[in-house]
Design a protein around this ligand. Structure first.
Ligand code: GCV
Length: 708
């Protein structure tokens, strides 16, 4: 008996099941999803990109070929027999590439060319580089063009990284907790290493290589000396072996007091010959296990960490001692400038500059000083760090946080591209107009060849790697900007959204706009107009602007906002701490003129009129409220994207946005309830009072907040 209705229903059900299965995604694949393109979109790529031909044999070249086959196969299906081949290799690995005599000089050690060429009288696409890592980067670039549906007829791409050291800093502890980590536990399974290598290590390496990230610091800057003992060196070597074919070097954070803790010495004084011998021997031992070891990252004399000042020595003495140990092996030392001490009466924002500017010119050539984007600590907004541009003889690398310690952890959607861009584009005016932080970072301002950019990783064991789907975008944008600090954050957001979700313009327009506004929304509902460090004690979750009783004044919010009956804000002009004088005069003038920094640099009367024509108090209420409104708008935007996103990821983002909206409201209400006790002014008409009395917010406790 024919039952066409039932048959149709079954066919429809089957189609639904397969479609759902095909589209069920949890974010594990990141931006390397390689989902099938609709036939019409695939057609020009299928016609242009045929079989992948790897010329030469090496693990890295094989990986590049496999990735291209996987990516093109997934996106376009099996290669068409008559489509021009894609040929990969270096002039050294491939006589055919050598015969093309491509202009590879400018590609340097890690760059590449992608060209439409003629090989053996037939059209072909060639991905060529001087090094195998360059070929791998080129392969990922070609995939990106396909994934983002860029034109590929007559390809002529030439790329080289503008920054040499492009590293993730993992604040991962040996027990697998992650300081300021909101994505589960550390990926590194130290206990099972070196014998068991989790397959995730390879996917981690693939993701990084796809962005051009070429280094990873495995352990927390608040380091344990154990990381430098023989068993842990062997474990790190196993990771280094896995990452090597992906062009990724391993680095370690070094605890300055290791000579005492694991070397049996009585001192860690950097000028003591036995201490120097310890570090030399330790470096030799590491290089025997990891011949391409990148070097050390050091947090010294900061937040209780040991350092050279414990022995009356300078940061340069400490850094140079380690530089001497790794130098013969080609290693570097990344010495952090994140130093401040509450024993000093000086404004915390001034201390790193005061410490490091006098040392300019005293660091060994293989030392680079690592400087956070701002002078306090990864706040939602900070003016650029005054050290940028102030040490012409010392290379500085930029450190940004990818993890969102102060921006709502994993559940707040905040795309950090605009924040990185704001710092990189900032003009230090140290060598006239255009002396941007990007030019300090890429070395062009003062002619440095050792250059770098570091991102504090947001990666953990969560299936989605970063704690949320949109936090993957922050890993992505860090990598892309470390490769080229002049890229636009909007373009990168578009790229990421295309690869991670959809190429549909009905998705891209609203979602890229949402991403671009998202960090500003956080600034508005947490710390508008230059306020900073109002977060809960130690865990930094939620608002606690009232905290005034910690062991150190410079960890309390009241130290930073200084609200009183007269007004609010930290006077860093001449009448106050004069931190502004650490900037070049033109830069100082620009920073002071920008209302975004108002309360960073000035204590302002509650009734002073701001640019909107409102009083400062009213403006604060408006900004806090608007931050919440923006998140509500983000929720609506995302809800409308359901047709374009698989159900699982859509639901996760929607749920997190709901949390963000509640927490934005909490931030607004708690801060306004507290600041109103000083301003003693009513909220402007039409603005709702806080939902609870101040005591309610003050009583909240979060002893198990993540990331501590
Ligand atoms: C790794 C901030 C964080 C600390 C971090 C420190 C640093 O203070 O709260 O967790 O320590 O920065 O960058 O060293």
């Amino acid at each position: 008996m024919k039952r066409p209705g039932l048959m149709r229903a079954l066919v429809a059900l089957f189609a639904l099941i397969t479609a759902t299965a095909a589209h069920a995604e949890d974010g594990y694949d990141l931006w390397l999803r390689y989902r099938p393109a609709p036939a019409a979109e695939a057609a020009p790529y299928r016609a242009a990109l045929g079989e992948v031909v790897v010329e030469g044999r090496s693990p890295t070249l094989a990986i590049a070929g496999d990735e291209l086959r996987r990516g093109l196969g997934g996106t376009l299906g099996a290669p068409a027999a008559d489509a021009p081949p894609v040929i990969l290799g270096t002039p050294g690995s491939s006589p055919r590439i050598a015969a093309l005599r491509l202009p590879l000089q400018a590609a340097g050690a890690e760059g590449y060319l992608i060209r439409s060429v003629t090989v053996d009288g037939r059209p072909a696409t060639v991905v060529a580089a001087n090094s195998e890592a360059g070929v791998l980067y080129g392969a990922f670039h070609l995939l990106r063009l396909v994934q983002t549906r860029r034109p590929i007829a007559r390809l002529d791409v030439a790329e080289a990284p503008k920054v040499k050291v492009r590293v993730l800093n993992h604040w991962d502890n040996l027990d697998r907790t992650v300081e300021r980590g909101y994505a589960g536990f550390s990926l590194w399974d130290w206990h099972k290493l070196p014998d068991w290598k989790d397959s995730r290590y390879v996917d981690y390496a693939r993701a990084n290589a796809s962005l051009g990230i070429n280094g990873t610091v495995l352990n927390n800057v608040n380091a344990k000396a154990d990381s430098l003992t023989a068993p842990y060196i062997e474990k790190a070597a196993a990771l280094a072996d896995t990452f090597r074919p992906y062009g990724i070097k391993v680095y370690l954070s070094a605890r300055f007091s290791s000579p005492i803790e694991i070397g049996g010495l009585k001192t860690a004084d950097p000028l003591d010959p036995t201490v120097r011998a310890f570090w030399k021997a330790k470096a030799d031992e590491i290089y025997r296990a990891i011949p391409d070891f990148g070097g050390f990252l050091v947090k010294a004399n900061s937040e209780g960490q040991p350092g050279p000042q414990d022995y009356g020595r300078s940061h340069a003495d400490g850094a140079n001692m380690l530089a001497e140990a790794v130098g013969p092996h080609g290693g570097i030392v990344m010495w952090r400038a994140f130093v401040y001490s509450n024993e000093q009466p000086e404004d915390r924002a001034k201390q790193a500059y005061n410490e490091f500017v006098p040392l300019d010119g005293r660091f060994a050539p293989n030392v680079i000083v690592q400087v956070k984007n701002g002078a306090i600590d990864f706040q939602p907004r900070e003016p650029f760090h005054p050290l940028f541009g102030a040490t012409p003889k010392t290379p500085l690398m930029l450190e940004v946080q990818i993890t969102k310690e102060y921006l709502g952890f994993a559940t707040h959607l905040a795309y950090l591209g605009p924040m990185y861009e704001e710092t990189l584009d900032a003009d230090t005016w140290r060598r006239g107009k255009g002396s941007t932080v990007a030019r300090v970072v890429d070395g062009s301002l003062f002619g440095h060849r050792l250059t770098g950019m570091a991102g504090v990783a947001n990666i953990g064991t969560d299936r989605n790697w970063s704690g949320s789907q949109f936090d993957q975008a922050n890993w992505y944008v860090f990598g892309r900007m470390a490769w080229d600090p002049y890229l636009s954050s909007r373009d990168i957001a578009g790229e990421w959204a295309r690869m991670t979700f959809s190429n549909d313009p009905r998705f891209l327009g609203p979602v890229v706009d949402m991403m671009m506004g998202s960090r500003e929304a956080v600034v508005d509902y947490m710390t508008p107009l230059g306020l900073h460090h109002l977060m809960g004690t130690s865990h930094h979750y939620g608002p606690a602007p009232w905290v005034d009783d910690l062991g150190r004044a410079d960890w309390t919010p009241v130290y930073y906002h200084r609200a009183d009956a007269a007004g609010i804000g930290f006077d860093r002009t001449k009448t106050g701490s004069d931190a502004i004088s650490q900037y070049a005069p033109r830069a100082a003038a620009e920073l002071l003129a920008d209302e975004k920094n108002l309360l960073w640099f000035r204590h302002v009367a509650w009734d002073r009129k701001v640019s909107s024509g409102r009083t400062l108090w009213d403006e604060l209420v408006v900004r806090y409220t608007d931050g919440v409104r923006q998140v509500s708008q983000m929720r609506r935007t995302w809800a409308a994207m359901a047709p374009h996103v698989d159900a699982e990821r859509h639901a996760e983002v929607a749920a997190f946005l709901a949390i963000q909206e509640q927490e934005a409201q909490w931030w607004r209400d708690a801060c306004l309830a507290y600041f109103q006790t000083f301003s003693k002014r009513p909220l402007p008409a039409g603005y709702a009072p806080p939902a609870h009395p101040l005591a309610h917010y003050k009583a909240l406790r979060f002893p198990y907040a993540p990331g501590i």
